[in-house]
Design a protein around this ligand. Structure first.
Ligand code: HEM
Length: 369
């Protein structure tokens, strides 16, 4: 039962628990009687990050709840898009915030850096939970010195992060949702059959343009055709299920064959009203992934400026380790890379009437008698 509204009026400081928050900046340099002015900025910046991480996890959990249901209410897709958008706006602040910390010079940092060892952002439990909830797989993590990323955490934190490894991840739930897309079957044919025919026609038309170009010498034609072969091969990878499996096995692609087809259908026919929200959802997920990567690159730039080639306080190879994670810890890169397989609107297979009808919104007006 909902609690009755209390007659006691709220007080700003108490409601926001400000006594706790504002009493949580204890400079370690002071404990050693070597006050370092910039340590306050260092602590507050990290605390602000952790608060935003908390908000991101809160939004992510609510989106996971929505996608755990088999038949998702369309209005909930809209809610997920708004919440992903909120995460995106927070991420932009997270990237920008680095500039504030950069007002601390490397010499100012050296005044207290040694007191921090072996603490490091590497031990941020919330950051690891975000990575895991998005769907970063343990086997895809870059580790330094062969050590597991959790071995730097204390027992309690280790348990909490381990818990976040086993739940449903956004990647898996989105993949399942894509696989349930009902518009792949076009009655007598299928989206995939028609798409394959359209791609083959587009490729042979493009090849013919090179072959019949009188302005090119035979040598130049050969070179152009060799280059064009790469485009043909890249389409082969998505059209051929065996090639797709090979890519999944070697780790260069993750999305299942069916989910890849559905995502492509959504991107190609996004102008159709019913596909508009699914398209926005895919675009927002790609944004979230890109912005985390942007943060990682921005963080590594700051780190190399701040400590050069020194090792990190957490003991890693510092900027070398961080550059690796920026490249390897992406979760939704498949969604951005799908653009490789887009074809121009003019080459798109025409939607069969009954599919087109299903993809449209209809407003029925009852005729007056
Ligand atoms: C003077 C500023 C900073 C420096 C020099 C710095 C340095 C580093 C280094 C060297 C690492 C690699 C692990 C290690 O050996 O310690 C690292 C990891 C990390 N740092 Fe920072 N950092 C700074 C500020 C921040 C801030 C403000 C945050 C915000 C929370 C942050 C979050 C992280 C995270 C999440 C990791 C783990 C990244 C991963 O494993 O991919 N760092 N940092």
């Amino acid at each position: 039962m909902a609690k009755k509204k209390s007659s006691k009026s709220q007080y700003y400081k108490d409601y926001l628990r400000l006594s706790k928050i504002l009493d949580s900046q204890n400079l370690i340099s002071d404990e050693f009687n070597q006050h370092a002015h910039d340590e306050m900025l260092f602590i507050i910046t990290h605390q602000v990050y952790e608060l935003w991480f908390k908000q991101i996890i809160y939004e992510l959990d609510s989106i996971l709840d929505i996608f755990e249901v088999q038949n998702i209410d369309e209005s909930n897709i809209g809610t997920s898009i708004s919440r992903l958008n909120r995460i995106i706006e927070i991420q932009k602040i997270l990237v920008d915030q680095i500039r504030v910390l950069e007002t601390m010079t490397p010499m100012d940092f050296l005044d207290f850096r040694d007191f921090l060892v072996p603490a490091s952002g590497f031990q941020s439990v919330q950051f690891r939970k975000i990575e895991n909830k998005l769907g970063l797989l343990s086997k895809n993590r870059f580790s330094y010195g062969g050590a597991n990323y959790k071995s730097y955490l204390d027992k309690l934190d280790n348990k909490e992060v381990t818990g976040s490894e086993s739940g449903n991840t956004l990647f898996v739930l989105i993949e399942k949702w894509l696989e349930r897309t009902p518009f792949l079957n076009w009655g007598k044919t299928s989206f995939w059959n028609e798409y394959e025919l359209a791609v083959k026609k587009m490729l042979s038309d493009d090849r013919a343009i090179i072959e019949t170009n009188n302005k090119l010498s035979e040598d130049e034609k050969k070179k152009h055709l060799n280059e064009y072969k790469k485009t043909e091969l890249s389409f082969g990878v998505v059209l051929n299920e065996k090639e797709h499996s090979k890519m999944v096995n070697n780790g260069s692609w993750r999305l299942s064959y069916k989910a890849t087809q559905a995502a492509l259908l959504i991107l190609l026919y996004r102008d159709q009203p019913i596909l508009h929200n699914p398209y926005l959802l895919i675009a927002k997920l790609a944004d979230v992934d890109e912005l985390f990567t942007t943060w990682r690159y921005r963080h590594v730039l700051m780190v190399s400026r701040m400590i050069g080639k020194k090792i990190g306080t957490g003991g890693s190879t510092g900027s070398t380790y961080l550059s690796e994670t920026a490249q390897k810890h992406r979760v939704f890169s498949d969604l951005s890379e799908l653009t490789t397989f887009l074809i121009p609107r003019s080459a798109l297979p025409k939607l069969p009437r009954e599919i087109k009808d299903k993809l449209n919104f209809y407003f029925h007006v009852k005729k007056e008698q």
